[in-house]
Design a protein. Structure first.
Length: 386
């Protein structure tokens, strides 16, 4: 890493560390508490705020947000872990959920992301966005998956760096601050997260993300956690009632632009390219999420009306289960509704006869599987891993 590429700006500077084994690292400055936006970003901000507001409104209308939230969380988890190199599709995860099979390493990372987000959202009502929340969310994100040996839930005490495979401290494209600098940098990050600076909330969110990625406080999982925090911050600050927004899809699609925008903040002190990309993602994914939510609600109500004619409370329970996992099996219904296998099979056949489910090819163990095709199409459309 060449210090000349990272001169002093309001966001920090690169300089040599002190000691017999000195190396060049980046030392972030405290985050600015005000920021002027050019007219084009003010207009984009207004569009993103309006789209996010519509999404928040849809979230409030959901009869049970967490009944319909899992497909959204899985979409975000798939896209975010895909940036880190995993390859797990939504359909594969739904199939595993229905069959009860053991997940492979890629799917485990996706499910760990979901667990971490669900825990953080559950704690958001009583905890601020804090160091404590960071540590526990990180622990859940990495526990039991690749990277589990890299101190889940603990800040690093050694130097890390970013670069292509085989790179060293000297040849790395970016070297985050030394371990001794983490406490002060994270303390400012935490204060900023809980202040109301002279800037719109979405801009504050964008700056929190870029500072977190610059600090890079963990040995592994910084990218996944940083993207999770983008949505968590909006929930904690009351802009969303549930994690209905999946920003990683746009970040994955614009990966080169994303990395270039992060670098521009560090080399030029210019956060606007990243803020622009973030606002575009918030706008486009809010619109997409609203359209999917409205379609899922429409299908759920139609399915429930059809199931109600069957005269079985359990049939309504299967419909709700379909909204959460569009592939269902007797095993899944038995486990979730507490019914016997013959009852579960009868329910599946009744819903198939009512054109709500289609029988799919049997699983690896000969298990009968049924798919809610319309729901599956809505949830998996545009799956980046498909």
């Amino acid at each position: 890493m060449d210090a000349a590429d990272f001169p002093r700006t309001p966001f920090g500077e690169a300089r040599p560390t002190i000691g017999p084994h000195a190396y060049v690292a980046y030392f972030p400055a405290p985050l600015p508490r005000s920021l002027d936006l050019p007219a084009r970003l003010v207009a984009l901000l207004a569009d993103a705020e309006a789209a996010l507001g519509r999404l928040a409104g849809v979230g409030q209308l959901l009869p049970n947000p967490y009944l319909l939230i899992r497909p959204y969380l899985l979409r975000e988890a798939v896209a975010s872990t895909m940036i880190e190199g995993t390859r797990a599709s939504l359909a594969e995860i739904f199939e595993l959920g229905a069959a009860g099979d053991d997940p492979n390493a890629d799917v485990e990372e996706v499910l760990a992301y979901v667990d971490a987000m669900e825990w953080a959202v559950s704690e958001a009502a009583r905890l601020p966005l804090s160091i404590r929340m960071l540590l526990e969310t990180h622990r859940r994100l990495l526990s039991g998956v690749r990277g589990a040996q890299r101190r889940p839930g603990e800040f690093r005490t050694t130097q890390n760096w970013i670069g292509p495979p085989g790179s060293t401290l000297a040849s790395a494209s970016f070297v985050p601050p030394p371990p001794a600098e983490l406490a002060d940098a994270l303390a400012d990050w935490e204060r900023f997260a809980n202040e109301d600076p002279d800037m719109p909330l979405l801009v504050q969110d964008a700056l929190l993300h870029i500072q977190f990625e610059t600090i890079h406080p963990f040995l592994d999982g910084n990218g996944r956690l940083g993207r999770l925090l983008l949505v968590l911050f909006l929930i904690i600050r009351g802009r969303l009632s549930a994690p209905l927004l999946y920003l990683s899809a746009d970040i994955e699609r614009e990966r080169d632009r994303y990395y270039a925008a992060l670098r521009a903040t560090r080399t030029d002190g210019d956060p606007l390219p990243w803020i622009e990309l973030f606002l575009e993602a918030a706008r486009s994914q809010s619109v997409d999420a609203v359209q999917r939510a409205e379609r899922i609600i429409e299908l759920r109500e139609r399915y429930r009306a059809t199931a109600a004619k069957l005269g079985s409370v359990n049939a309504l329970g299967v419909v709700d289960l379909m909204c959460e996992n569009p592939i269902v099996t007797t095993r899944l219904i038995e486990a979730r509704l507490g019914v016997a296998r013959p009852t579960a099979l009868r329910l599946l056949r009744q819903l198939e006869a009512a054109d709500l489910l289609d029988e799919a090819p049997q699983g690896a163990r000969g298990q009968r599987r049924y798919v809610a095709r319309e729901l599956m199409d809505v949830v998996t459309a545009g799956d980046p891993a498909a």
